[in-house]
Write a protein that binds this ligand. Structure first.
Ligand SMILES: Cc1cc2nc3c(=O)[nH]c(=O)nc-3n(C[C@H](O)[C@H](O)[C@H](O)COP(=O)(O)O)c2cc1C
Length: 206
């Protein structure tokens, strides 16, 4: 059965982002998907210092929750990244976490399914959605989508429960993501992963 790691970027335990995640978890459980939710927005997570030591050590130089998430991410078939919108962007702690998680992990992420979820009072949802999807689309991860951009509205804790369309968007997203993960598992058995090419990096000056 597929496994999904869910990273909650909100600092508020039981906040509106958690409501969106819980709505997805219910569907994942019905569909037999194993889930693990890790809340990172309330943790002390510093940003990447570009020391590049992860290329030698195979893990981040700061031995904190990011290295724990790395092991869980490697074992997962899908990753959900959920964030409250702060100034039309994702929560800064979450970004520090994701920069280090994606940069310091060198296992193959091809065909692990990604989905991002954003939560706001009113604005900046689609900008944040685009920001989060970029972590997936740089490393061969197909992105699961729903009936609308994956967003939910609410400001005070609990208000997201009143956004019925937002909750439905989360349920549909969880079903679509499940279908993708199961289909990819079948595809891997039948066809294997796509052929890999050696990376040819250029930085436009040579
Ligand atoms: C620092 C900060 C910046 C925020 N910026 C935005 C914003 O740009 N747009 C918006 O609609 N809501 C904004 N909000 C409101 C939150 O997105 C909203 O309260 C959301 O429900 C928080 O989710 P949570 O309960 O999971 O933490 C901001 C809140 C904070 C604390």
């Amino acid at each position: 059965m597929p496994k999904v790691l869910i990273i909650n970027g909100s600092p508020r335990v039981g906040g509106n982002t958690s409501i969106a995640i819980d709505e997805m978890v219910k569907i994942f459980e019905d569909e037999g998907v194993e889930t693990e939710v890790v809340q990172v927005g309330n943790k002390d997570i510093r940003g990447c210092i570009s020391c590049e030591s992860c290329f030698e050590k195979g893990k981040c130089v700061f031995d904190d929750i990011v290295n724990e998430l790395a092991t869980k991410f490697e074992a997962a078939d899908g990753l959900v990244v959920a964030s409250p919108v702060y100034y039309s962007s994702a929560n800064a702690t979450l970004i520090a976490c994701l920069d280090r998680l994606f940069y310091s992990t060198h296992f193959d992420k091809t065909m692990k399914v990604g989905a991002s979820v954003v939560c706001a009072r009113r604005g900046g949802l689609s900008a944040t959605f685009d920001e989060l999807n970029k972590y997936f689309t740089i490393c061969g991860m197909p992105v699961a989508s729903s009936q609308y951009w994956n967003s939910i509205h609410g400001n005070e804790k609990g208000q997201a429960r009143e956004d019925l369309e937002g909750l439905q968007t989360m349920r549909v997203l969880a079903r679509n993501m499940t279908f993708l993960m199961k289909s990819i598992a079948l595809g891997k058995e039948k066809y294997g992963l796509p052929e890999k090419e050696e990376w040819q990096p250029t930085h436009f000056i040579r």
